[in-house]
Design a protein around this ligand. Sequence first.
Ligand SMILES: [Zn+2]
Ligand SMILES: [Zn+2]
Length: 638
Amino acid sequence: MHECLQPRALSKLPGPIKKLVASTVLTGSADGVKLLFERTPKESLVLLLPVIYKMLDPADIPTSRNPDKSFPTACTVPFFAMGTIPRISGMPKEVGFDLWPRLWAWFLFIESDCQTRDDRETEWLACTRIIHCALLFRYLRHTETNTLLQTTPRLFSAVTRAWQSASLQWHESDGTEGSGWAIAELAVAITLLATDPPPWKSTSPRMLQDLVDGADGSPAVFASVLMQHIHIAYLGTGNGAGWLHLGHLIPFLESFLETADHPNADLACQILQELVDQDLIPSLLRAVHTAAIIPVTQHSDQIAGQCLRLLTKLLVSKQICGTAVRASIIAGLLRSTLLCGQKSYLATSHNRLKTVLVDILPPFTLYRQVLRPIRGILRRGEPYTITTAFAASGLLASWTHFAGVAKERLAVLDAFESGEILHIKSCDNILCNKQAPKTDFMCCSGCQNSYYCARDCQETDWKDGGHREACSKNRTPILNETMSPTNRERSFIRAIVHRHYVNAKSQIFRDTVKCLQKHPGAGYFVEFDYIVMAHVRITVRSLSTNSTVLEQLSRHPQWHQMLARTARSDGRMTIHVVQMVAGDKTGSLLIPLRSSSGIVAKGLERIARELPSAGSEELEEAIQNLVVRSADEVEEIH
Ligand SMILES: [Zn+2]
Ligand SMILES: [Zn+2]
């Protein structure tokens, strides 16, 4: 046993306290114990460890053999002892190994007893003591966490149960009675889990499972416990305690996002998905919104910034970015941005919002479901953006950039949905030139992805066109699975690419000629990069050069099929690669452009061949001629 726990340590106590100890130990009265802990100066509390150790003797735990010592009588003194432990400063860490088994034995008793007693008040007391227990664990975990965990299975299940009963208690007291105190207690408990790195990540992989087990093993229930605490924290923002609570919760939630290579990745991801399903995003935005309306405390900017940091991480997380982006827009991300922009004290938040507007949101506007809800906000937001406060915040440039991208794509969306963009299709037999509305063609029943004007064409493509090999592979989209767009989404993305192709024709032709001159006969493709901060970056690349796109696509057999088709098309088919964002990774969508004749390809080859040393004027004239001639072609992006 550690020397701090030996009775001789008591000899260093001040005289009057020593007397109190003697009488307390003699009578064992609860009032005496209370007095003892109150009277002892904070710096001398460590000297009371032998008394605390004695008070937590597991032999005093009521059992069927000593039923007369019933709860709560039996628990009063140990409760005082437990409540004192977190207040002790300068306690040697090794003491925990002697104290811990005693503490844990009492907690187990309190918890099991509460379950049979149905006594809310004692349950509340019990749960706060469990949180104290968790606090002690935090204190110890830097030394011998694994040993401790091995001797205390299910510790974290108890923590979850404590949270659960704490929020229940909070709701039953209508959030008034001692709620500030409750929040402070819970904040402390959450801090211990939120330390970096998260303990469940590095030292004890079982911990996350244990936490969830405390909520009947259900990630959904566990998420709802967390959401209740976010709710409580949010309601407490009026007095500042809530902000503090929120400030502790956010890093804990963030720890779920750092799971990529962890054995708990699936579970963490499920919890995250549940949190988003249970309206985590609107809650975060509500906090940001509140910070923008009432500068409650000096923490407003810090906490709003933290909420936005978590939100930003959700928006780029591989697992859930698809739903998170849309949910954020609908929950008022842009409205909050406009509001925050009016408040100069939200500097941290402004910086995060700039990142959101410039780096994160624009690539997602390729998706109709994200783009649609933006329309009204852009219109209603105008009055906000013309205020001097908004301009002074530095958000104006980022907002203008984002609004520019969104408006451009909304114009394409309007044309797309009104049917103005005709869905003309070319027969997928590359040797056939027939073009007609998609509905006039037969669709391959295998992949639902290839269309033919007649059975003959289907057979030709199957036998000679490589569709036999491509058919099964066509069923898996080439883009990263998490962001794989539906057929309708793909059509919309093609419409956008086509718009950019038409607008940038001269540039594309010019770059193609350069590419052909530099790499004669090697073939080329056009890359539309929607991930870059500009609206789109268009580059022409040779198939013979190394590029990350080629590397990415070399893994897809479809790429080879498509190249073979292009080669057989006599210039009527070119390849376009669309670079898109898919969470924290990027994906490539491979789309061919078919045209009714090969005049563009042949024209470009001719220019490259015949004008290798021509002056820029002559070259420009040839390119402009080709741009004009190509306008007569029927072009279709598949
Ligand atoms: Zn055909
Ligand atoms: Zn097929």
